[in-house]
Design a protein around this ligand. Structure first.
Ligand code: G3H
Ligand code: 13P
Ligand code: ZN
Length: 307
Protein backbone atom coordinates (compact mmCIF):
# COMPACT_ATOMS: atom_id res chain seq x y z
CA UNK A 1 0.00 0.00 0.00
CA UNK A 2 1.42 3.42 -0.91
CA UNK A 3 1.63 6.10 1.74
CA UNK A 4 -1.64 7.69 2.83
CA UNK A 5 -2.12 11.05 4.53
CA UNK A 6 -2.33 11.69 8.24
CA UNK A 7 -5.94 12.70 7.72
CA UNK A 8 -6.77 9.36 6.06
CA UNK A 9 -5.46 7.58 9.13
CA UNK A 10 -6.62 9.90 11.90
CA UNK A 11 -10.16 10.85 10.84
CA UNK A 12 -11.48 7.27 11.35
CA UNK A 13 -9.56 7.08 14.63
CA UNK A 14 -11.20 10.20 16.04
CA UNK A 15 -14.60 9.07 14.78
CA UNK A 16 -14.26 5.60 16.33
CA UNK A 17 -12.55 6.61 19.59
CA UNK A 18 -9.14 4.98 19.14
CA UNK A 19 -5.70 6.45 18.50
CA UNK A 20 -2.89 5.68 16.08
CA UNK A 21 0.73 5.69 17.16
CA UNK A 22 3.23 7.99 15.49
CA UNK A 23 6.64 6.45 16.06
CA UNK A 24 9.80 8.48 15.51
CA UNK A 25 12.41 6.90 13.30
CA UNK A 26 15.87 7.71 12.09
CA UNK A 27 17.21 4.33 10.97
CA UNK A 28 16.44 0.98 9.41
CA UNK A 29 15.89 -1.12 12.53
CA UNK A 30 13.44 1.33 14.13
CA UNK A 31 11.44 1.47 10.92
CA UNK A 32 11.46 -2.32 10.53
CA UNK A 33 10.31 -2.72 14.13
CA UNK A 34 7.40 -0.33 13.56
CA UNK A 35 6.22 -2.02 10.37
CA UNK A 36 6.67 -5.58 11.62
CA UNK A 37 4.51 -4.66 14.61
CA UNK A 38 1.92 -2.89 12.44
CA UNK A 39 1.71 -5.84 10.09
CA UNK A 40 1.28 -8.38 12.91
CA UNK A 41 -1.24 -6.22 14.76
CA UNK A 42 -3.13 -5.22 11.58
CA UNK A 43 -2.83 -1.61 12.66
CA UNK A 44 -2.58 1.65 10.74
CA UNK A 45 0.56 3.53 11.67
CA UNK A 46 2.42 6.81 11.30
CA UNK A 47 6.18 7.02 11.02
CA UNK A 48 7.52 10.36 12.19
CA UNK A 49 10.78 12.08 11.38
CA UNK A 50 12.03 15.11 13.25
CA UNK A 51 14.05 17.74 11.45
CA UNK A 52 17.18 16.37 13.10
CA UNK A 53 16.30 12.80 12.05
CA UNK A 54 16.12 14.03 8.46
CA UNK A 55 19.51 15.70 8.82
CA UNK A 56 20.84 12.42 10.24
CA UNK A 57 19.40 9.99 7.70
CA UNK A 58 18.55 12.04 4.58
CA UNK A 59 15.23 12.61 2.80
CA UNK A 60 15.67 10.01 0.06
CA UNK A 61 16.88 7.24 2.35
CA UNK A 62 13.99 7.77 4.75
CA UNK A 63 11.38 8.08 2.06
CA UNK A 64 12.38 4.93 0.14
CA UNK A 65 12.89 2.91 3.31
CA UNK A 66 9.50 3.87 4.74
CA UNK A 67 7.63 3.50 1.47
CA UNK A 68 9.07 0.06 0.78
CA UNK A 69 8.48 -1.25 4.30
CA UNK A 70 4.93 0.16 4.31
CA UNK A 71 4.17 -1.57 1.04
CA UNK A 72 5.51 -4.89 2.28
CA UNK A 73 3.61 -4.58 5.57
CA UNK A 74 0.37 -3.93 3.70
CA UNK A 75 -0.97 -1.49 6.29
CA UNK A 76 -2.14 2.11 5.86
CA UNK A 77 0.90 4.21 6.74
CA UNK A 78 1.80 7.90 6.70
CA UNK A 79 5.27 9.42 6.59
CA UNK A 80 5.09 12.44 8.86
CA UNK A 81 7.32 15.44 9.55
CA UNK A 82 7.43 15.89 13.34
CA UNK A 83 7.86 19.37 14.83
CA UNK A 84 8.52 21.25 11.61
CA UNK A 85 9.67 24.72 12.59
CA UNK A 86 11.62 25.60 9.47
CA UNK A 87 9.45 26.29 6.40
CA UNK A 88 12.28 25.18 4.11
CA UNK A 89 12.28 21.76 5.78
CA UNK A 90 8.48 21.57 5.49
CA UNK A 91 8.76 22.42 1.78
CA UNK A 92 11.50 19.86 1.21
CA UNK A 93 9.43 17.14 2.91
CA UNK A 94 6.49 17.96 0.65
CA UNK A 95 8.80 17.74 -2.36
CA UNK A 96 10.21 14.41 -1.19
CA UNK A 97 6.86 12.67 -0.77
CA UNK A 98 6.05 13.03 2.94
CA UNK A 99 2.30 12.45 3.26
CA UNK A 100 1.82 14.41 6.48
CA UNK A 101 3.59 17.41 7.98
CA UNK A 102 3.55 19.16 11.32
CA UNK A 103 4.12 22.87 11.61
CA UNK A 104 5.03 23.62 15.19
CA UNK A 105 4.38 27.28 15.92
CA UNK A 106 3.62 26.59 19.57
CA UNK A 107 6.50 28.78 20.71
CA UNK A 108 5.09 31.76 18.79
CA UNK A 109 2.44 34.29 19.87
CA UNK A 110 -1.09 33.17 18.87
CA UNK A 111 -1.40 35.39 15.78
CA UNK A 112 2.05 34.37 14.51
CA UNK A 113 1.20 30.71 15.04
CA UNK A 114 -2.03 31.20 13.03
CA UNK A 115 -0.12 32.92 10.23
CA UNK A 116 2.65 30.34 9.86
CA UNK A 117 0.20 27.42 10.16
CA UNK A 118 -2.03 28.90 7.43
CA UNK A 119 1.02 29.27 5.23
CA UNK A 120 1.83 25.56 5.62
CA UNK A 121 -1.80 24.54 5.05
CA UNK A 122 -1.70 26.47 1.75
CA UNK A 123 1.68 24.95 0.87
CA UNK A 124 0.48 21.39 1.52
CA UNK A 125 -2.96 21.68 -0.11
CA UNK A 126 -1.90 21.27 -3.79
CA UNK A 127 -0.27 17.93 -2.92
CA UNK A 128 -3.19 16.77 -0.77
CA UNK A 129 -0.90 16.45 2.25
CA UNK A 130 -2.45 16.89 5.69
CA UNK A 131 -1.16 19.32 8.31
CA UNK A 132 -0.80 18.98 12.08
CA UNK A 133 -0.37 22.16 14.11
CA UNK A 134 0.27 22.79 17.80
CA UNK A 135 -1.26 25.20 20.26
CA UNK A 136 -0.06 25.46 23.85
CA UNK A 137 3.44 24.55 24.99
CA UNK A 138 4.84 21.28 26.27
CA UNK A 139 7.17 22.00 29.18
CA UNK A 140 9.92 19.82 30.61
CA UNK A 141 10.21 19.27 34.37
CA UNK A 142 13.05 21.74 34.37
CA UNK A 143 10.54 24.35 33.14
CA UNK A 144 8.03 23.51 35.86
CA UNK A 145 8.34 26.62 38.00
CA UNK A 146 4.99 26.31 39.68
CA UNK A 147 1.76 24.48 38.88
CA UNK A 148 -0.08 27.71 38.04
CA UNK A 149 2.73 28.86 35.77
CA UNK A 150 2.91 25.55 33.92
CA UNK A 151 -0.88 25.41 33.50
CA UNK A 152 -0.68 28.78 31.76
CA UNK A 153 1.15 26.98 28.97
CA UNK A 154 -1.65 24.43 28.49
CA UNK A 155 -3.92 24.69 25.46
CA UNK A 156 -6.87 27.02 25.95
CA UNK A 157 -10.09 25.33 24.68
CA UNK A 158 -11.61 28.50 23.18
CA UNK A 159 -8.36 29.47 21.51
CA UNK A 160 -8.13 25.94 20.12
CA UNK A 161 -11.51 26.32 18.41
CA UNK A 162 -10.55 29.69 16.92
CA UNK A 163 -7.13 28.37 15.86
CA UNK A 164 -8.52 25.36 13.98
CA UNK A 165 -11.25 27.44 12.32
CA UNK A 166 -8.82 30.11 11.15
CA UNK A 167 -5.96 27.85 10.03
CA UNK A 168 -7.82 24.90 8.50
CA UNK A 169 -5.26 22.49 10.02
CA UNK A 170 -6.20 18.80 9.86
CA UNK A 171 -5.15 17.83 13.37
CA UNK A 172 -4.14 19.69 16.51
CA UNK A 173 -1.46 18.89 19.07
CA UNK A 174 -2.47 19.99 22.55
CA UNK A 175 -0.57 20.69 25.75
CA UNK A 176 -2.25 18.97 28.72
CA UNK A 177 0.68 18.18 30.98
CA UNK A 178 2.95 15.84 29.01
CA UNK A 179 6.49 16.70 27.96
CA UNK A 180 9.16 15.23 25.72
CA UNK A 181 11.87 12.86 26.90
CA UNK A 182 12.36 10.47 29.80
CA UNK A 183 11.86 12.94 32.67
CA UNK A 184 8.25 14.06 32.50
CA UNK A 185 7.13 14.39 36.10
CA UNK A 186 8.83 15.21 39.38
CA UNK A 187 5.92 13.88 41.39
CA UNK A 188 2.75 11.94 40.53
CA UNK A 189 1.95 12.04 36.79
CA UNK A 190 -1.19 14.03 36.08
CA UNK A 191 -2.83 15.02 32.79
CA UNK A 192 -5.41 17.80 32.43
CA UNK A 193 -8.17 15.50 31.19
CA UNK A 194 -10.92 17.99 31.98
CA UNK A 195 -9.21 20.55 29.77
CA UNK A 196 -8.84 17.92 27.02
CA UNK A 197 -12.57 17.17 27.26
CA UNK A 198 -13.36 20.88 26.77
CA UNK A 199 -11.01 21.09 23.78
CA UNK A 200 -12.58 17.98 22.23
CA UNK A 201 -16.05 19.52 22.63
CA UNK A 202 -14.95 22.56 20.63
CA UNK A 203 -12.61 21.02 18.07
CA UNK A 204 -13.73 18.30 15.65
CA UNK A 205 -10.35 17.49 14.09
CA UNK A 206 -8.21 14.68 15.56
CA UNK A 207 -6.23 15.75 18.64
CA UNK A 208 -2.59 14.80 19.10
CA UNK A 209 -0.68 13.93 22.26
CA UNK A 210 3.05 14.60 22.18
CA UNK A 211 5.44 13.50 24.89
CA UNK A 212 3.36 10.38 25.51
CA UNK A 213 6.03 7.80 26.27
CA UNK A 214 5.49 5.70 29.37
CA UNK A 215 9.12 5.03 30.30
CA UNK A 216 7.97 1.42 31.00
CA UNK A 217 9.44 0.10 34.27
CA UNK A 218 10.52 -3.21 32.69
CA UNK A 219 12.35 -1.50 29.84
CA UNK A 220 13.89 1.11 32.14
CA UNK A 221 14.87 -1.65 34.58
CA UNK A 222 16.59 -3.65 31.85
CA UNK A 223 18.54 -0.61 30.66
CA UNK A 224 19.57 0.21 34.22
CA UNK A 225 20.53 -3.37 34.99
CA UNK A 226 23.05 -3.15 32.16
CA UNK A 227 24.50 0.16 33.21
CA UNK A 228 22.24 2.92 31.86
CA UNK A 229 22.20 5.97 34.14
CA UNK A 230 18.68 7.41 34.10
CA UNK A 231 17.87 8.59 37.62
CA UNK A 232 14.31 9.75 38.13
CA UNK A 233 13.11 8.79 34.65
CA UNK A 234 9.31 8.79 34.65
CA UNK A 235 6.67 8.75 31.90
CA UNK A 236 2.93 8.84 31.29
CA UNK A 237 1.16 5.80 32.79
CA UNK A 238 -0.92 3.63 30.43
CA UNK A 239 -4.14 4.50 32.34
CA UNK A 240 -3.63 8.18 31.55
CA UNK A 241 -3.10 7.42 27.87
CA UNK A 242 -6.27 5.32 27.84
CA UNK A 243 -8.20 8.20 29.41
CA UNK A 244 -6.77 10.72 26.91
CA UNK A 245 -7.76 8.49 23.98
CA UNK A 246 -11.26 8.19 25.40
CA UNK A 247 -11.44 12.00 25.39
CA UNK A 248 -10.44 12.80 21.80
CA UNK A 249 -6.74 12.01 21.38
CA UNK A 250 -6.42 10.23 18.02
CA UNK A 251 -2.63 10.34 17.52
CA UNK A 252 -0.07 9.48 20.17
CA UNK A 253 3.61 10.30 19.64
CA UNK A 254 6.25 7.88 20.87
CA UNK A 255 9.99 8.33 20.60
CA UNK A 256 11.54 7.98 24.06
CA UNK A 257 10.18 4.46 24.71
CA UNK A 258 11.78 3.23 21.47
CA UNK A 259 15.09 4.85 22.41
CA UNK A 260 14.96 3.17 25.82
CA UNK A 261 14.13 -0.24 24.34
CA UNK A 262 16.94 0.14 21.81
CA UNK A 263 19.43 1.12 24.49
CA UNK A 264 18.36 -1.63 26.90
CA UNK A 265 18.72 -4.40 24.32
CA UNK A 266 22.02 -3.19 22.90
CA UNK A 267 23.46 -2.96 26.40
CA UNK A 268 22.17 -6.44 27.22
CA UNK A 269 23.67 -8.09 24.12
CA UNK A 270 27.01 -6.39 24.58
CA UNK A 271 27.17 -7.28 28.28
CA UNK A 272 25.94 -10.89 27.98
CA UNK A 273 27.78 -11.86 24.81
CA UNK A 274 31.02 -9.88 24.78
CA UNK A 275 32.31 -12.04 21.94
CA UNK A 276 29.64 -10.63 19.57
CA UNK A 277 30.80 -7.95 17.18
CA UNK A 278 28.43 -8.44 14.24
CA UNK A 279 26.28 -5.28 14.10
CA UNK A 280 23.34 -7.33 12.81
CA UNK A 281 23.27 -9.45 15.97
CA UNK A 282 23.36 -6.36 18.15
CA UNK A 283 20.76 -4.43 16.17
CA UNK A 284 18.40 -7.38 15.66
CA UNK A 285 18.07 -7.60 19.44
CA UNK A 286 17.33 -3.88 19.60
CA UNK A 287 14.76 -4.27 16.83
CA UNK A 288 13.00 -7.05 18.73
CA UNK A 289 12.81 -4.91 21.86
CA UNK A 290 11.37 -1.95 19.96
CA UNK A 291 8.87 -4.17 18.16
CA UNK A 292 7.52 -5.40 21.51
CA UNK A 293 7.09 -1.77 22.61
CA UNK A 294 5.26 -0.81 19.40
CA UNK A 295 2.91 -3.78 19.66
CA UNK A 296 2.01 -2.95 23.24
CA UNK A 297 1.32 0.69 22.26
CA UNK A 298 -0.98 -0.41 19.44
CA UNK A 299 -2.96 -2.49 21.90
CA UNK A 300 -3.12 0.37 24.39
CA UNK A 301 -4.22 2.90 21.76
CA UNK A 302 -6.88 0.53 20.38
CA UNK A 303 -5.58 0.60 16.80
CA UNK A 304 -5.06 -3.16 16.45
CA UNK A 305 -7.28 -4.92 13.92
CA UNK A 306 -8.47 -1.62 12.44
CA UNK A 307 -7.51 -2.52 8.87
O1 G3H B 1 9.60 15.46 19.74
C1 G3H B 1 10.79 15.25 19.50
C2 G3H B 1 11.26 13.91 19.15
O2 G3H B 1 11.47 13.13 20.30
C3 G3H B 1 12.45 13.97 18.23
O3 G3H B 1 13.61 14.36 18.85
O4 G3H B 1 14.88 16.05 17.47
O5 G3H B 1 16.07 14.39 18.95
O6 G3H B 1 14.98 13.66 16.84
P1 G3H B 1 14.96 14.64 17.99
P1 13P C 1 8.26 11.15 23.92
O1 13P C 1 9.55 11.82 24.18
O2 13P C 1 7.40 11.10 25.14
O3 13P C 1 8.42 9.81 23.29
O4 13P C 1 7.46 12.07 22.87
C1 13P C 1 7.76 12.00 21.50
C2 13P C 1 7.13 13.10 20.72
O5 13P C 1 6.25 13.82 21.16
C3 13P C 1 7.61 13.28 19.34
O6 13P C 1 6.99 14.36 18.72
ZN1 ZN D 1 6.60 15.97 20.03
Amino acid sequence: MTLVTGKDILAPARADGYAVGAFNTSNLEITQAVFEAASEMRSPVMVATSQSAITYAGHEQIRFMVEDLAERAGVPAALHLDHGTDLDVVRSCLEHGWSSVMIDGSHLPFEENVRVTKEVVEMAAPRGVSVEAELGRLMGIEDEIAVAASEATYTDPDEAREFVERTGCDSLAVAIGTSHGAYKFKSEPKLAIDRLRKIAERVAVPLVLHGASAVPPDVLGLAQRYGAVLPGARGVPPESIREAVAHGIAKVNIDTDLRLAFTARVRQVLAETPEVFDPRKILAAAREGMKEVVKSKMELFGSTGKI
